[in-house]
Design a protein around this ligand. Structure first.
Ligand SMILES: Cc1cc2nc3c(=O)[nH]c(=O)nc-3n(C[C@H](O)[C@H](O)[C@H](O)COP(=O)(O)OP(=O)(O)OC[C@H]3O[C@@H](n4cnc5c(N)ncnc54)[C@H](O)[C@@H]3O)c2cc1C
Ligand code: FES
Length: 359
């Protein structure tokens, strides 16, 4: 009798699994569900996955820089009616007002029948692009420029400052990168990718990605972009790979004739962290309205650095006057951005004229 016991246990487990699959099918798991998007679009979806992946399967791409692990907070959406209790994983990313307003993380909420969801219209234009890596350039010891040529669709329209997501080939993790290229070149995009020690995506990009590799991109995303209908003078501030979206913004300003006064502060530690120096110095020579101000906080003795020295906040404080009528575009680490905004506030910038992306 005992020799049959394992067989009996396996049989019972298989029977329970079969019943569960059947119940799941009958009571909703695999059945069709109706979703209403932005009060009018009706979507029929299947499965009981999370809203993020379910919408992606239906070609609606919500930004998700952490790939659904509840660590980036980018995948917000709003639910109308039947709003689930906020999960502890969502709490760090949602304000009290957002929670009360039905905002949740789409990677944490499972799709339900008759769900009514609201997404910003700007997200509905994000697409999936099949691309091929056509250039990889080492800009510094830890930053690479990667060009992705778009194959299907073949062109993209993005606003300078926006970002796209890449499903890193080979490891399939999803990460967000700002677009560093000229927005008027619509058949490719470029990203400046800084190696993060032990970082999954960046280690792959720096050590294994090769010209000719295929990659899937989605986007464009983000509300950090150049206000093109403004004529206010501009202060740009960046550190590290934060140079990426500012480069794209400067391409556009150049195309517009650089009629606005632009001061660009770039903070780095030492000379080996500076890049695109010649490109921005050439721009400075061409346009008297544009000033490039690289600053080193810890130059090496051998750097023979004669430019600005000190933290970027100190240099910004020294070199700017009254900023009441200015716009500011900042990109870098959260700490750098917070400290720089304090300096901008000291110089009377208006909060509504400060735009930033932190990473
Ligand atoms: C909107 C947006 C735009 C971005 N644009 C760019 C860009 O233009 N260029 C760019 O290089 N990156 C950019 N990033 C950051 C990028 O998405 C990744 O987070 C970063 O490249 C690390 O990915 P990883 O997989 O290598 O590291 P992970 O495997 O995700 O992380 C490894 C470890 O490093 C830590 N870590 C994660 N990110 C950083 C970081 N940035 N600095 C220090 N430690 C970190 C993590 O806490 C973790 O402990 C952007 C992020 C966002 C949200
Ligand atoms: S995808 Fe990053 S928090 Fe949801």
């Amino acid at each position: 009798m005992f020799i049959y016991l394992p067989l009996i246990i396996v049989g019972v487990l298989l029977l329970i699994t079969g019943i569960l699959i059947l119940l799941d099918y009958v009571f909703g798991g695999s059945s069709e569900k109706q979703i209403t998007l932005n009060n009018d679009t009706k979507l029929t979806v299947t499965g009981d996955d999370f809203v993020l992946s379910t919408l992606a399967a239906n070609k609606i791409f919500i930004p998700s820089a952490c790939g659904g692990k509840a660590t980036c907070g980018l995948c917000k959406f709003r639910l109308v009616d039947d709003v689930p209790k906020v999960k502890p994983t969502e709490e760090p990313f949602l304000s009290k007002e957002e929670i009360a307003d039905g905002v949740r993380l789409s990677c944490q909420v499972k799709v339900k029948d008759k769900m009514k969801i609201i997404l910003p219209e700007s997200l509905l234009t994000a697409k999936e692009f099949k691309t091929v890596v056509t250039e990889i350039e080492e800009l510094t010891y830890d930053i690479k420029r990667v060009r992705f040529e778009l194959k299907d669709p073949k062109t993209v329209d993005f606003k300078p400052g926006q970002f796209m997501q890449i499903k890193v080939p080979g490891i399939d993790v999803i990460r967000a990168y700002s677009l560093a290229s000229d927005p008027s070149h619509t058949n490719y995009v470029e990203m400046l990718i800084r190696l993060v020690p032990k970082g999954q995506a960046t280690t792959y990009v720096h050590k294994a990605l090769r010209v000719g590799d295929k990659a899937i991109l989605t986007g464009p995303y983000g509300d950090f972009f150049l206000q093109e209908d403004s004529d206010k003078p501009i202060v740009c501030i960046a550190g590290g790979s934060g140079k990426a979206p500012i480069r794209s913004i400067l391409f556009r300003l150049k195309e517009m004739g650089m009629s606005r006064k632009v001061q660009y502060f770039f903070g780095a530690k030492s000379l080996k962290d500076l890049y695109y120096t010649e490109e921005f110095e050439a721009l400075q020579k061409e346009y008297p309205n544009f000033e490039y101000i690289p600053a080193l906080s810890l130059p090496d003795e051998n750097d023979n650095w004669t430019g600005e020295k000190g933290l970027i906040t100190e240099v910004l404080d020294r070199k700017t006057g009254d900023l009441t009528d200015y716009e500011a575009y900042l990109c870098g680490s959260p700490g750098m951005i917070k400290a720089c905004i304090n300096v901008l506030n000291k110089h009377k910038i208006k909060t509504e004229n400060v735009f930033f992306d932190e990473f």
